[in-house]
Design a protein around this ligand. Structure first.
Ligand SMILES: [Fe+2]
Ligand SMILES: [Fe+2]
Length: 324
């Protein structure tokens, strides 16, 4: 059982903290049974829960197109992808539960707007090309963010990320393949892809979070081994990875400042509209209200499943007791 700081005398706590820091310093994993500073636990709960919520809310923009997929093949791919996201949400809720918070509490916090999810899912999906663009850019950005998290210091989170990353690369590939197919099609299809990329490029860059100078928690998260790279490092990595893919596709990324910088060995690029980002995070994005309303409705519609599962568990317990 987890002990709280209040129950430990200062000398013992110092020793526990030293042991914790040594474990993190060796890049070993912290496990649920280990003592951890309360700030570490709280930061992880916030980050892992936000990640779990993003997977679940992230099912909505693409789920919107399942009933309108252009072919059986596209429908099968999209269904598989959206179902994977549900699975990711569940692994991550389970990882959060090892930190002493129940999935029910996390769900309530999401529905009450007290925990966030990724800002990207507050943008609408207006054409089937968006399914491809989300796979390519949004899952692509998620991979950049998540691959380093496979080495995060908290064991259950890191292990969940290893499984998730394998599936994310399928998501990225299916999106790219869809866009490539459209780019080989008609002028109208090529225009659909370009229009979609124009809408998603900047929100995809925002997925890495605010610039490092405005991200006060980054240093602490890195010292604890929760984060392995800064927001700006990851954003740069994503841009460098994506530019040659855009060239191969034949689409233009909508940034007049985007160019290769020989001296740095990286691409220079413009800044997203950070005011827009702040507004979307605050709940004022184009689809925030719709996403939460949909999630609330789904939660209410699922009430009978939770009641039935509870009744079954109670009855099984009574039967087992009788039998013994
Ligand atoms: Fe995912
Ligand atoms: Fe994904």
């Amino acid at each position: 059982m987890r002990t709280t700081d209040a129950e430990i005398d200062p000398d013992a706590e110092r020793e526990l903290l030293e042991r914790f820091e040594a474990t993190v310093g060796r890049s070993d994993r912290i496990e649920p049974r280990d003592w951890m500073p309360e700030g570490y636990r709280k930061t992880l709960v916030r980050q892992v829960a936000q990640h779990a919520h993003s997977e679940i809310i992230g099912m909505q923009p693409e789920g919107n197109w399942i009933g309108r997929a252009p072919s059986l093949r596209r429908k099968a791919i999209l269904l598989a992808k959206v179902q994977d996201e549900a699975g990711h949400g569940l692994y991550l809720y389970s990882a959060t539960e090892t930190l002493g918070v129940s999935r029910q509490e996390l769900t309530e916090m999401l529905l009450a707007g007290r925990q966030k999810y990724s800002s990207i899912f507050n943008y609408p999906t207006l054409s089937y090309a968006d399914v491809g663009t989300i796979g390519w850019l949004v899952d692509g950005a998620a991979i950049c963010n998540q691959v380093p998290l496979c080495r995060t210091s908290y064991g259950p989170y890191g292990r969940a990320m290893i499984r998730i990353c394998k599936e994310e690369s399928f998501h990225q590939r299916q999106g790219y393949e869809l866009l490539m197919t459209m780019m080989r099609g008609t002028d109208e299809q090529r225009a659909m892809v370009q229009e979609s990329v124009n809408r998603f490029w900047w929100p995809a860059l925002m997925m890495f979070g605010p610039p490092d100078a405005d991200s006060p928690n980054t240093a602490r998260s890195m010292a604890w081994g929760i984060k392995r790279n800064t927001n700006d490092d990851l954003r740069q990595r994503f841009v460098d990875m994506t530019v040659p893919q855009a060239e191969a596709l034949g689409v233009t990324l909508p940034d007049p400042d985007l160019r290769w910088n020989e001296a740095r060995g990286h691409h220079d690029f413009g800044q997203p509209d950070w005011e827009e980002f702040t507004q979307v995070v605050k709940g004022n994005g184009p689809c925030n209200a719709e996403r939460l309303a949909h999630r609330r409705r789904a939660h209410e519609d699922g009430a009978w499943v939770r009641e039935a599962a509870l009744a079954f568990a109670e009855r099984s317990a009574v039967q087992q007791e009788k039998a013994s």
